[in-house]
Structures are given as C-alpha cells and as structure tokens.
Design a protein around this ligand. Structure first.
Ligand code: NOJ
Length: 487
C-alpha cells in the first residue's frame, strides 16, 4: 500500500515537472520582412519606398548610418534561405511583399514589374514544394515613396491604393497563399513613425498625425479584408487579418486604483486603438473620451481623434479571421501630473509616467527585456477583451548586439516565452494556434541598423557573399519543432 502511494506521488511529481506538449494542430514558424532582408533595392525594376529614401537621404536617423541596399541579399539568396527554413522543421514561413517591387510607382496601374512577381512566385512555389506554408504580409512598413509627400498614411488617399494593391496580390498569389496579414504593427507605423518615418516628416502635427494614420490604416485593412472576403475567399479559401504589436502595461503600484486604471488605458491606446474597431466596434470608449477631453482643454473645436461614421464602424467591425500578435515589450505606468495644455501628443493623451524597471532581466539591447509572463498576460488580456479570438503569435524574439554563434541567452529567451505560450494554451485556455520566431536570420533592424541581431542564423555582413551560419539556437528550435515540447 505504502509503496504504491510513494510511486504515485513520485509519478505526480515527475509528471508536473514534465513540460507541456504543444497541441497537435499547433504550428511553428519563422519570420522576416522584405526591406530587412531582400537588398536589391534598385534593380530589376523595383521602385523606391520611404525606407530607401530615408536611409539614403537622412542616414543620421539610423543608429549606425547604414541602409538595407544589400542587407542579407535575399533577393539573390532566397533558395539558400529556404534551405535554412527547411532545416528548422517549421510549418510556415512569414515574409512580406515589397509593394514597390511589384508596382514601382506605388500606384496600381498596368505598370507592373514582372521581375517582382517572378521573385515572390519562386519563393512561394519552393516553400510549398517543401511543405512549408507561406504566410504573407502585404505591408511591412515599406510604403512606395510616391505617397510620402502626400502625407503617407495620414492621407486617406492611400487607402484605396493599398486596397487595389492587395487585390492584385490575391489575384497573383492567392491560389497558393492561404494566410494573409494586411498590415504589420500599425502602432509603429502611426505612433512611432508618424505615418511615414518620424523625422523625415518633422512638421507632422503631433497628436493629430498619429490618429489620422490609425484611422486610415484601420480602414485600409478593412477594405483589403472585404476584397478578399467578397472576391476571393470562396475560391481561395484562405484567412486574412492584421498583426498588432502588443506591449504589456503594468501599474507601478498594483494596489493603486489610479495606476491600475492607467495601465489598462495605455493598453487601449497602444492596442485598442487599432484592434477594437476590428474585433469589437469603434475605438475604445476610454480613448474616445480621453482624446476628446484633452482636445477640448487644448482649445480644439473637435476631438483630434477622427470619428468613424455608423457605416464605417459596421464595415470595419468583424474584419478578421484570426488575430496576429507581435510581442516584445513591457512597460510600467504610474500616475503623474497632467502636462501643460499647450502641447498635443498621443503620449500625453494616454497619460501617466512611463518607464521600464532597470532590474528586469536584460537582453543585448536596452529596450528589450526578458519577461515571459508579459506574453502570457497579453494573451489572457486579448482573450478577455476580444471574445477569445484565434491567435497567431506572428513575432517574438531575442535581440543581441554581438557577433555570436553560441547564443545561449536566445535559447533561454525562447524556452521561457514558448513556455509562457503553452501555459496560456493549456492552463488559461487561450486559443493560440501558432508561434513565429523573429527572425530567421540577422537583418536590417530599421532605425537600429545592424546593431540589433535577432537571427537564429548569423549573417556575416562584411562578407560579400553574406554567408549564413546557424547559431546554437537553431538546434534548440529544431528540437522544439520536432518534439513539440520545450527541452
Ligand atoms: C517588429 C517588426 O515587425 C520587425 O520588423 C522588427 O524587426 C522586430 N519587431 C524587432 O524589433
């Protein structure tokens, strides 16, 4: 009797220590984006986009003054890249199409660049030959340059051009691509880059540009969704949605009602501004009220936050088949004095003093920390706030700033964040169906240039051949995709 009890307790102890297994239908993937890896910026008929122009004309905006003219040279090395992806044993590859590589002028006309179409066809076909599903982002920040002087995403004219571009992509590739992401991280596009790229538009009126951009981006997403839904879905049978970056906001003092209120309010300004109109209805009430109040105090005749008409609200609401989430950041907020009313800024509208805890486990880069519980909290918050949608984690990853192959810190990061994901699935019953590691390989990290390295594979940027070398984390990730457990 006694020995039976001991065996049972031992078994229980042992089985609790066993890591959870990801469900059978769960998918693993790896991601990149066009400007960050392709290179070939001015060949084969590609047009220029806002990042080509900014890196060339205002290189001071980029930490190391670099650009992505060549970067990983994936325009020529795509076949080798697919071998690297294959080696990881992943189910899908998330990449983006460069709008200006297909429509060099930005406008959707008969001037379409066959070389661009051929390039993406080769990638899609080869992925499928190897049983790797293509997950395609239509807009990963590389807006054709032509729209820049018009105010980029702050101009509603971009909506119909984006919609026409999306239609063409469904026509060209939708027979084989079944997972579409319209727009990547609208908060970065609107709040950080002010609809274009921050400093190249220094005259953009703050506190106005961010909302005009959000308004147009949400509408552009909805238009692309409706085009897919009406014209393509019945034949192509794919899925389409948007990917939003989700910071987890913590109250400085969890027992202060005001700090707790501000944490939720900042979630709504960062996430709800884009997601609420799509997964619920209209902008979040707290955002509408707060911008209206602050605008009134600042002497504006109307709120700086544009209003959706009744028809628009209905047209936007429900335009998703799943929700894409990128997760990297955690922030703390505490109550603070209201700034003077002479200044407008979304950062003021969202309220509170915002900061990070210097004691959080660091990564190789200051702003990125290791806080896996934040991912789990974000997932739970999404489940609760948006009626339990199907979730794709479309990005999550670890940055270092050194040329290293033995990246034990990255393995530690993935281990913890994958664990948070599987816990959210099994213990919190969040409907997460995929996890995407950012990134396949080191690449051009926007304003951080080549100073931030997120790759599972190292890329030697001083070698004209841009040689790729697997880091230690490749072996780890392979074990995960193979065993569907974290070990
Ligand atoms: C999110 C962006 O989508 C991606 O382009 C970027 O490289 C990663 N965050 C890391 O910052």
């Amino acid at each position: 009797m006694m020995s039976k009890w001991i065996i049972a307790s031992f078994y229980q102890l042992f089985s609790q220590a066993e890591p959870y297994k990801f469900p059978d239908h769960f998918k693993f993937g790896v991601a990149t984006s066009a400007y960050q890896i392709e290179g070939a910026w001015n060949v084969d008929g590609k047009g220029f986009h806002i990042w080509d122009m900014a890196t060339h004309n205002q290189s001071h905006l980029i930490l190391d003054g670099s650009n992505a003219d060549i970067t990983c040279n994936s325009y020529y090395k795509w076949e080798e890249d697919i071998d690297l992806i294959k080696n990881l044993g992943v189910d899908f590859y998330r990449f983006s199409i460069s709008w200006a590589r297909i429509f060099p002028d930005g406008y959707v006309t008969n001037k379409i660049n066959q070389a661009g179409i051929d390039y993406y066809n080769k990638i899609i076909n080869t992925l499928l030959e190897h049983n790797i599903e293509p997950v395609v982002t239509l807009y990963h920040w590389d807006l054709p340059q032509i729209f820049s002087p018009l105010g980029a995403w702050t101009n509603p004219a971009v909506i119909e051009h984006f919609a026409s571009y999306a239609r063409k992509m469904f026509q060209l590739f939708g027979d084989r691509v079944k997972m579409w992401i319209t727009i990547n991280e609208p908060r970065l596009v609107c709040q950080v880059f002010k609809g274009s790229i921050g400093d190249i538009t220094p005259d953009f009126p703050l506190g106005i540009a961010e909302y005009l951009c959000a308004h147009n981006i949400v509408k552009a997403h909805a238009e692309a969704y409706h085009i897919y839904d009406k014209e393509f879905r019945h034949i192509q049978k794919g899925k389409i949605s948007i990917t939003v970056d989700m910071t987890w906001w913590l109250p400085e003092n969890a027992s202060s009602k005001e700090d707790v209120r501000l944490a939720e309010q900042n979630m709504q300004f960062d996430i709800g501004l884009y997601v609420n109109p799509i997964l619920n209805y209209d902008y979040p009430k707290v955002v509408i009220d707060r911008v209206a109040e602050r605008s009134r105090l600042e002497g504006f005749p109307e709120s700086r936050l544009p209003k959706f008409s009744y028809q628009e609200k209905n047209r936007i609401s429900g335009t998703y088949d799943f929700l894409g989430i990128n997760h990297y950041f955690t922030m703390i907020v505490k109550a603070s004095q209201e700034p003077p009313v002479s200044k407008s800024d979304i950062d003021i509208d969202s309220q509170g003093e915002k900061f990070r805890d210097p004691n959080w486990e660091p990564t190789g880069l200051e702003i990125f920390k290791v806080l896996p519980e934040s991912l789990r909290n974000v997932l739970k918050w999404v489940k609760k706030t948006y009626h339990d949608p199907e979730i794709y984690i479309t990005e999550n990853g670890y940055a270092d700033n050194r040329e290293i192959i033995d990246d034990d810190e990255r393995i530690n990061y993935f281990r913890k964040y994958l664990n948070a994901t599987v816990n959210a699935i099994i213990e919190d019953k969040v409907n997460v169906v995929a996890y995407t590691a950012w990134s396949l390989m080191d690449n051009f990290e926007w304003i951080l240039g080549y100073e931030a390295k997120f790759g599972l594979y190292h890329v030697n940027f001083t070698d004209p051949n841009r040689s790729r070398t697997p880091k230690k984390s490749v072996e780890f990730f392979k074990r995960v995709t193979k065993t569907r457990t974290i070990n």
